[in-house]
Design a protein around this ligand. Structure first.
Ligand SMILES: Cc1cc2nc3c(=O)[nH]c(=O)nc-3n(C[C@H](O)[C@H](O)[C@H](O)COP(=O)(O)O)c2cc1C
Length: 222
């Protein structure tokens, strides 16, 4: 297939930028977690769906980067939490390096947030509580799916869902599978990016300097 540049959206013209105007600059807040909360609140209003979707980047043992979307389920000064299968590719990569980066891109607001840091497991209590809040069929799905491992045919997955559906009594609560849980990324750096006209974007990067010093912030060139 030949290069398909005609399908690529056009680069904005001078007139396009003039019509959009200037966006509000990133506010100069001391606490990046509070700023993130403000942006996520605005994203919930503005985004069509999944404002809490984020890309999680990891590297495999050969140093090859990998990235996939997951849903943010909690955040605060201790970090950013998501839930997944503990025998998945991402889990193996996190186990090997103990590090990851996450990225939010809220297109409707022309905003991006990049966060990097060490990753650890959430408590079992937190994972149990979140698992209990999921729809029953999603809970069964977590039991049935060997995430990231080969599935010879889709019918086999449906058969496993049926098997686990029969196994759990209809009225009983479904326990969290031992191979399913949560990760929390403790932020070392958090960079906020606000798109601006003519690609003269606004960037503010926070770095954590320890409990006593707290967060320092630096504006970056676009
Ligand atoms: C919008 C969206 C949300 C997703 N949320 C999750 C999630 O919260 N947890 C999860 O394990 N996978 C989630 N996925 C699927 C992952 O992107 C990925 O396919 C899966 O986790 C396997 O990744 P891995 O093989 O790199 O471990 C989501 C995908 C999309 C598109």
């Amino acid at each position: 297939m030949a290069a398909q540049t005609s399908i690529i959206p056009p680069t904005p013209s001078e007139e396009d930028y003039a019509a959009t105007g200037e966006r509000a600059p990133i506010p100069d807040m001391d606490d990046p977690i509070a700023l993130f909360g403000d942006w996520l609140t605005a994203a919930r209003e503005s985004e069509h769906n999944d404002a809490n979707a984020m890309s999680v980047a990891t590297v495999d043992p050969a140093g090859m980067p990998d990235v996939r979307t997951v849903l943010l389920k909690d955040f605060g000064p201790d970090g950013f939490t998501f839930y997944t299968n503990l025998e998945s590719a991402k889990a193996a990569q996190i186990a090997a390096t103990g590090k990851a980066a996450i990225l939010f891109h809220w297109k409707s607001m022309e905003r991006q947030v990049r966060i990097r840091g060490p990753v650890s497991r959430t408590s079992d209590e937190a994972a149990d509580a979140y698992f209990a809040s999921r729809a029953r069929i999603s809970q069964i799905g977590a039991w049935a799916s060997a995430q990231s491992h080969e599935l010879v045919e889709r019918e086999a997955l449906k058969a496993r869902v049926a098997l686990f559906t029969d196994l759990f009594e209809e009225d009983d609560a479904i326990a969290r599978p031992p191979y399913w849980g949560g990760y929390v990324l403790a932020p070392e750096t958090i960079e906020f990016w606000q798109g601006q006209a003519y690609r003269l974007h606004d960037r503010l990067k926070y770095a954590f300097s320890g409990e006593n010093a707290g967060w320092t912030r630096t504006r970056l060139n676009p």
